[in-house]
Write a new protein. Sequence first.
Length: 416
Amino acid sequence: MTTTIEALGQRACQAKKVVAKLPTNLKNETLCRVANDLVANQAAILAANAQDMANGRANGMPDGLLDRLYLDAGRIEAMAEGLTQIAKLDDPIGEVTGMKKRPNGLLIGQTRVPLGVVGIIYEARPNVTADAFGLCFKTGNAVILKGGRDAIYSIQAIVASIRASLEACGIEPDCLLLVEDLSREATIELMKQNRYLDVLIPRGGAGLIRSVVENSTVPVIETGTGNCHIFVDESADLEQAVAIILNAKTQRVGVCNAVESLVVHRNIVDALLPDLALALRNKQVEMVGDDTIVAADPSIALASEADWGTEYLALKLSIKTVGSVDEAIEHINTYNTGHSEAILTNDYAHAQQFLKEVDAACVYVNASTRFTDGFEFGYGAEIGISTQKLHARGPMGLLALTTTKFIILGSGQVRP
């Protein structure tokens, strides 16, 4: 097993030398071919996904995770569209920035270069396969994927389609490699391949991310879980608030940018709660709340302390009441995971305070948290939502898969 993982690392290191030199026009043409072939091969991909879905149901996979796993023609079209959008974006590789002339005549600047070999460990999210390939390929990186057991047939089918497209375009197919060994030992071994991998990105639940952070000898970009909040301020438009909350909670349940916790100014509980609770119940959302919420609607169960910090990935929502924007920010910064937080308000000062003081990768005013997404941000796709503060933060597009090196142009200078 160790030899197999090392061999993949060696192959990826050879492939990165090739893909890093590809001209932009060839990369773009290849991405469009890959996109078209994914749609053309959708019958095989959907058949593989049906196997994964059947296994998931048999194993009692929660509905939110089944939704992440599920593919249909529309979702395959969306994967293909993401690749097409990446092809249309500017290629950052080779961009020179900040060129300045020193007093001694040296010209010193920076140029964008690929990271090299990117490793991605992910769970039941087959769409990550195409997104990861597209972003890595456009930025001249090779990528090694380690998908989860729950999605393995879907991932294998997507990888097979992409590698066939690469070969048809005369491109080294090893710029995309898949770890076929599904064991935990193989995952741990991949985390130790610092000789070959330049960065490792986990995409999944808290357990996976914690394992990668704790075990990896490869530098990690942490894509965090999403215990996302919406704060309904005293001045909010309540009709708009109900629509935004409903979208953020129910548009897709098993995603990291879905709202999990609502924070409500106690002065508007009686005005907001009846319509909101009815709308949520119509969508089968279970609600738990603090004493004030339960007093206003006794059919809502009392929340526990654990509820405030839980990413449900299900039709469940916690509701906390506060007396001020300061109290709301304090609560959110205590329990959030640094992903996406929103305030619904018509108070400009409160909006600006929320934007400034909430500690998260993405902070919204009067909009659903569901927009935290590489495609929605204009990146074509995303490699993940980074919740850390080094190298990249928020939806990670092309720039997040590059680094820079200094270039220094001289005319014979020597240091005195």
